[in-house]
Design a protein. Structure first.
Length: 320
């Protein structure tokens, strides 16, 4: 009997093309989802009486969710879409780059899912027949918040720009801290009672509550510990870095610092000058998006100018 011919292995170039195409298709799908979620938020905020319905279904925290969807959600969308694009750029060129995965999946995908669940939770309170979806959408939002706080955002910054941990010791400590935070976060995700949220006054019962254990205080302590570990990792990496790697980190420090200053200033002037605060929030979002793009440029080493020259010139022009 004649044996069937064995198909020839796909050439490496063809595999690379398929990989790049797949990366950009997935990124494009999530970018489209993010844009549709923002469009839905705009439509939702134009419906008469929606605020009262949302507060009645979710509690006072629903008013905060709705307010977030009016402006800040669209500002954050700049960062989310930028994360998806830059993550796809890095992964299409370096498929095993840890930072590309952390940025594209951890920031872009997880944040897009959070926005979508948030809009769905709001819409389900006003659309007939959707009310049963409210607790499940809020639960997904809660899980995303826990992931962002304890893993995805800190992890990406800890392995920037090389995509690797500083060394075996840092790797063991970091993964141990993440493991503890995930266990405590799971305790919050499956506790009985109201759904855990960074937004106070969410009164919807947890649809997946299976135990009374609620490690909220230990979880928040672990989250603070991870943030401190992240800062320490960045400091050690910067001190060890030389040449291109140090320049890569300077870009991120300067742009992230600008966004942090704007966000801090907007919180102080929110009550007295809400218009100015909103403008600062938009500027901070733009800084964040530019920061993500700068990260991509730094890793791909395209047009990586000396940031010290840029900062010095900006200060001179500002004084003039």
């Amino acid at each position: 009997m004649t044996q069937p011919a064995t198909p020839a292995p796909m050439p490496s170039k063809a595999k690379a093309v398929r990989w790049k195409l797949g990366v950009w298709v997935v990124a494009g799908i999530f970018i489209l989802i993010e844009l549709l979620a923002n469009l839905a938020a705009v439509i939702l905020n134009q419906v008469d009486g929606v605020r009262e319905d949302v507060v009645a279904a979710i509690g006072p925290g629903g008013d905060t969710l709705l307010t977030y969807s009016q402006l800040e959600m669209h500002v954050d969308a700049l960062i989310f879409v930028s994360s998806l694009i830059v993550g796809a750029l890095i992964l299409s060129r370096y498929p095993r780059h840890g930072f590309g995965w952390a940025l594209g999946v951890g920031w872009g995908v997880v944040l897009t899912v959070m926005h979508t669940a948030m809009v769905l939770s709001l819409a389900s309170t006003v659309v007939a027949g959707w009310s049963s979806l409210t607790p499940y959408a809020l639960w997904v939002t809660s899980v995303d918040q826990i992931l962002l706080l304890t893993t995805t955002i800190p992890l990406a910054l800890m392995i920037y720009p090389t995509g690797r941990f500083l060394g075996p010791w840092f790797r063991r400590v970091t993964l141990s801290a993440f493991g503890l935070a995930v266990i405590l976060g799971a305790g919050l995700c499956f506790r009985e009672g109201a759904i855990y949220s960074e937004i106070d006054d969410i009164l919807v019962d947890n649809p997946f509550g299976i135990w009374m254990w609620s490690p909220e205080v230990p979880f928040e302590i672990a989250a603070v510990g991870i943030i401190l570990l992240m800062v320490a990792t960045l400091g050690v990496r910067y001190r060890r870095a030389e040449g291109v790697e140090r320049l890569q980190m300077k870009w991120v420090f300067v742009i992230a610092g600008g966004a942090l200053v704007l966000l801090t200033a907007s919180s102080f002037v929110q009550s007295s000058y809400p218009g100015t605060a909103n403008a600062m929030s938009i500027a901070a979002g733009a800084f964040g998006a530019i920061g993500v793009l700068a990260i991509g440029a730094a890793i791909l080493r395209h047009n990586l100018f000396d940031i010290d020259v840029v900062v010095n010139r900006a200060i001179v022009f500002g004084l003039v």
